[in-house]
Write a protein that binds this ligand. Structure first.
Ligand SMILES: [Zn+2]
Length: 380
């Protein structure tokens, strides 16, 4: 899931730009600071980190990228459009910005899946709808055969992949069930992942979350401006990021005939060296780059080298709605050599961004060719 929707819904606890964290500030002071325009704009003493909106001072080129350089397949989206009008608008936006096809990770089974599938069925070439898993009764006998049946029903309707599965450290979760303690490498999950392999359904899986959410919420936390609203450091018993990557590795190792796509770089965008090792070890694993533009654009040279080396294993994705500016920001990061720009509207304030300037060969693979190999509808 993307960050912006989370930030919009999260009650933003103020984070001071100075040394004193706002959560130690009395409620009144906090409230006053965030509601008084004058205090947030005039005095650095009162500027909240969450309100920080720097503007680049540099007179350097700004590159507009209205359309992706090559046709793209968005491997990570969700059923954001609710009506047929909104879906038609989405298709028009895709045409304008150069998105050939969008994978809707419905994360649903049964009637919920059917309903989403029906809604998007007017554009069968433009959207592919993937289903979720049904975790109901995960702690009761017969779970696996019931869950496999639910998967097969979705496949019969038209699901050609599975996702987005989530395990942020406490166990697999869907919108309705939290399967506490059941991680993807659990034996109870084996029949499901095996069946996905047999049915040719790739699995998009989200493990862990960005590293700064697990780190102390103090003035050394590099992602503090986002981490405090979306923290995991305060959750006892949670499997941390490194442990979740181990679980991911055991899972893909167990199910060699199933294709996995670890979304958001498996949350190893901060340690691409390790992600490279994981990809080297597991040929059935890919990674999507969705919703980690703001996290990789601060390290453009290292990130670009990673893209060039692992260009066969990364797939394009967004996970951030369907408006045109959103797509264009992703193209600007991937294609241009622009430096030190902010996209606070899209990402909130995080860090300043820089373009990767990827080669045409890598862009072609990441935008489309790798996805085309994974998708049943395009596989030749
Ligand atoms: Zn997502």
């Amino acid at each position: 899931m993307k960050r912006r929707s989370f930030l919009k819904t999260a009650g933003a606890a103020g984070v001071m730009a100075g040394a004193i964290p706002a959560w130690s500030v009395p409620q009144d002071a906090n409230h006053q600071a965030s509601t008084s325009k004058a205090s947030t704009t005039s005095s650095p003493e009162n500027i909240l980190l969450k309100d920080y909106r720097p503007k680049s001072i540099y007179k350097i080129p700004i590159t507009e990228v209205p359309k992706a350089k090559f046709p793209a397949i968005d491997m990570h989206s969700h059923p954001y459009a609710k009506t047929s009008q909104e879906i038609a608008e989405w298709v028009r936006n895709m045409d304008e910005v150069g998105i050939e096809k969008t994978i809707i990770l419905a994360m649903a089974t049964g009637e919920n899946f059917s309903e989403i599938y029906r809604k998007y069925s007017a554009h069968p070439d433009r959207f592919e709808i993937w289903c979720g898993f049904d975790y109901r009764g995960y702690d009761q006998p017969g779970f696996d055969s019931r869950a496999v049946k639910a998967l097969e029903q979705c496949h019969d309707i038209g699901a050609r992949g599975v996702g987005e599965l989530h395990d942020k450290g406490k166990g697999l979760t869907s919108s309705t069930v939290q399967a506490l303690g059941m991680h993807p490498d659990d034996a109870r999950m084996d029949p499901l992942f095996e069946r996905c392999g047999q049915l040719g359904m790739p699995v998009n899986i989200h493990v862990a979350d960005p590293i700064w959410m697990y780190q102390p919420m103090d003035n050394t936390n590099d992602g503090l401006m986002n981490a405090y609203d979306w923290r995991l450091d305060n959750q006892p018993g949670i499997v941390k990021l490194s442990g979740m990557v181990d679980i991911l590795e055991r899972t893909v190792q167990k199910h060699r005939n199933t294709t996995f796509i670890a979304c958001h770089f498996a949350n190893l965008d901060y340690d691409l060296g390790r992600l490279g090792q994981v990809l080297d070890a597991h040929p059935n694993l890919h990674a999507d780059i969705a919703a980690r533009y703001a996290e990789t654009a601060p390290i453009p040279r290292f990130a670009a080298k990673f893209y060039e080396k692992y260009g066969d294993r990364l797939v394009y994705g967004t996970d951030m709605g369907f408006d045109k500016p959103m797509y264009r920001i992703t193209f600007r990061v991937l294609e241009t050599q622009d430096e030190h720009f902010y996209e606070t509207e899209q990402f909130g304030y995080h860090w300043s961004l820089n373009g990767f300037g990827l080669s045409d060969e890598t862009l072609r693979k990441v935008y489309r060719d790798n996805a085309a190999r994974l998708l049943a509808s395009l596989r030749t």
